[in-house]
Design a protein around this ligand. Structure first.
Ligand code: ACO
Length: 432
């Protein structure tokens, strides 16, 4: 259907009632039925578990077409941004939905570089947690705790929100690196303002006070690319969580802390860790690639081909295509080989010629190849999802800010279809 042929309303017949539902058309042709009057006029609600058919907001930040495998940030293709931009510029793009001028970029780079330190007292939070605790839990706690250091966050004014956005973008790498240093018992490394955003992350992760450390530029560029590719992905599970928490009026730090928790799950951002563990189990001979694939097709095995399939993409995830090529580039530039890449390629090749995966339109997603690059950079497996969170931070913030400005925004409060017991009399405990 072209924009011209989309009808203005959709007719709903419900019993003897007829309702004209207004039709909305997005700037890329997405068609939606506006059902806001549905319950008031008919008494009925809609049923959509997982919300796969539900548009919860209008947004100008990110467009993705899952059928065609297209992803754009504010109109700019992910392929072009990956090639020509850098993560700090992409942060600005998502926050403002336009590219910065040279002066704006310089000022913004200065801001996110000069807010990187954490309050010294926050260090105690890291030391109070078990070293073996998952870093995603540590990061969620530390980000939530920022609202105790910046209590004005709850003022929710545009100026305050901007300051807090900058703080969060600047401090997230420090929080992430501290969570790692704490887990291995090394001293925290303060950020270095002379380094780029990505190089500073490598410094805080891998430097020690005992010797000089200069981040490898190839590694810094590879990390920057990973961060760009993860920066936003419209209304995914963690972003919807951030918007939902923000819809109650909770401040930015509290909302993003909830988003980090949502990202942690293995069906979402946690899949990058699960993929590498899956590849390692095949490398270590637990079972062959073919045996694993047979298991992944059996519903009762509890095994899935991690890094494959997506709620929206029914085609190759464009980020996975970029990352697959980047695996070769980064390993080549670093002069390394990784047998995990060969195993990943074998799994992909089996999947793409197997009817189970073809019929269900299951293709590699962003997590399938990202772990091989993280591993080449020396990032430990348990930190993979934390790095996803660093990358997703501008997206979460941009979506949270958009929600705050949206005149149609309301507290998120879905309904349910109650299927439980109907009214019954309470019996005293001794008579039950
Ligand atoms: N391996 C094997 N089978 C799969 C896989 C997979 N990775 N993904 C989906 N399927 C099957 C399902 O069993 C289901 O089969 P059925 O129709 O016979 O019941 C069908 O494909 C549809 O899958 P759903 O789970 O209904 O699809 P949904 O959109 O709800 O889930 C999800 C998408 C969660 C990403 C899923 O594909 C999955 O679990 N993938 C593996 C985990 C993963 O890589 N997650 C990262 C996603 S990207 C991100 O969040 C950053």
């Amino acid at each position: 259907m072209t924009n011209q042929t989309v009808p203005k309303t959709a007719k709903l017949t419900f019993g003897d009632q007829e309702l004209d539902l207004p039709v909305m058309v997005g700037s890329e042709g997405e068609v939606a039925l506006d059902i806001r009057q549905l319950r008031a006029k008919t008494g009925a609600i809609t049923y959509d578990p997982g919300l796969g058919n539900t548009g919860a907001c209008q947004s100008k930040i990110t467009f993705l077409d899952g059928e065609q495998g297209i992803l754009r940030y504010a109109g700019y293709s992910i392929e072009e941004l990956a090639q020509k931009s850098n993560f700090v510029e992409v942060m600005w793009l998502l926050l403002h939905q336009q590219l910065p001028t040279a002066a704006e970029l310089e000022q913004f780079t200065h801001e996110v570089t000069h807010h990187t330190m954490l309050h010294e007292n926050l260090k105690q939070l890291f030391s109070s947690l078990p070293k073996a605790g998952h870093p995603m839990a540590v990061c969620a706690a530390a980000v939530g705790a920022l609202s105790t250091f910046y209590q004005n966050a709850s003022a929710n004014s545009p100026q305050q929100n901007w300051i807090d956005a900058v703080r969060l973008l600047a401090k997230m790498p420090t929080i992430a690196a501290y969570s790692y240093k704490h887990s291995i018992g090394q001293p925290f490394m303060y950020p270095r303002n002379d380094l780029s955003y990505a190089a500073n992350i490598l410094h805080m992760m891998f430097a020690t006070p005992c010797e000089k450390y200069e981040p490898n530029p190839v590694m810094a560029r590879a990390l920057d690319l990973l961060l760009i590719l993860h920066a936003d992905h419209e209304q995914n599970c963690s972003t919807s969580t951030v918007r939902t928490v923000g819809s109650s009026g909770a401040n930015l730090f509290a909302s993003v802390s909830a988003g980090i928790s949502a990202l942690w799950g293995p069906l979402h951002g946690g899949a990058n860790q699960a993929v590498i563990e899956m590849l390692m189990s095949i490398r270590d001979g637990k079972r062959s690639a073919r045996e694993f694939m047979e298991l992944a097709k059996k519903k009762d095995s509890g095994v899935r081909l991690m890094g494959f399939g997506h709620r929206v993409y029914k085609n190759y995830d464009p980020r996975a295509l970029i990352l697959k090529k980047a695996c070769y580039d980064v390993l080549g530039q670093l002069g390394r080989k990784d047998p995990l890449l060969d195993i990943a390629l074998e799994l992909e090749q089996i999947a793409l010629s197997d009817n189970y995966f073809i019929e269900r339109k299951l293709y590699p997603n962003v997590d399938f190849y990202s772990g091989i690059i993280y591993k080449a950079l020396g990032i430990p497996v348990e930190m993979f999802t934390v790095f996803f969170a660093i990358g997703r931070m501008p997206g979460w913030i941009a979506q949270w800010l958009e929600y705050q400005r949206d005149p149609e925004a309301k507290i998120t409060r879905p309904r349910q279809i109650y299927m439980g017991a109907t009214p019954r009399a309470y019996g005293q405990v001794e008579k039950r």
